[in-house]
Design a protein around this ligand. Sequence first.
Ligand code: HEC
Length: 120
Amino acid sequence: MIRTAALGLMIGLASSPGLTAEQDPQTGFIIAPGWETVRNNCIACHSSKLVTQNSGSREHWLSLIRWMQEKQGLWPFDAKTEETILTYLSSAYGPKEGARRPPLRAAQLPENPYRQPPAQ
Ligand code: HEC
């Protein structure tokens, strides 16, 4: 009962405008400049979910595109289209901030009795 109410609240929040980015109901793509270009080029072979579940920098998206072009039969894009796609993906599905903390530096780590002394 409480769970159902909480779920209802979450759905209510998610669908109220302003709190979350507007999404295309068919594909789930966030509506932002360039989303139609991505829809037109990125859902012929797999679900849009594969795209929306991924995230990362421009370089990450570019390397995925190059991999699909080399290995999966993705067609080449002209420079403008590629630019539109990369800008859209890296801003709507950019690197997740705060998902992981950066690694500690060696000096911040606790004393490690097993650490080898630096070689002479
Ligand atoms: C010509 C077919 C084709 C098109 C068009 C295509 N892809 Fe893919 N893509 C693939 C295949 C095949 C896979 C691997 C699917 C699998 O692992 O099930 C894949 C996998 C992916 C993955 C998952 C990669 C991973 O790390 O698992 C992402 C993200 C992705 N594609 C994004 C895109 C984007 C963005 C576009 C548009 C620019 C696009 N795809 C267009 C064929 C395509």
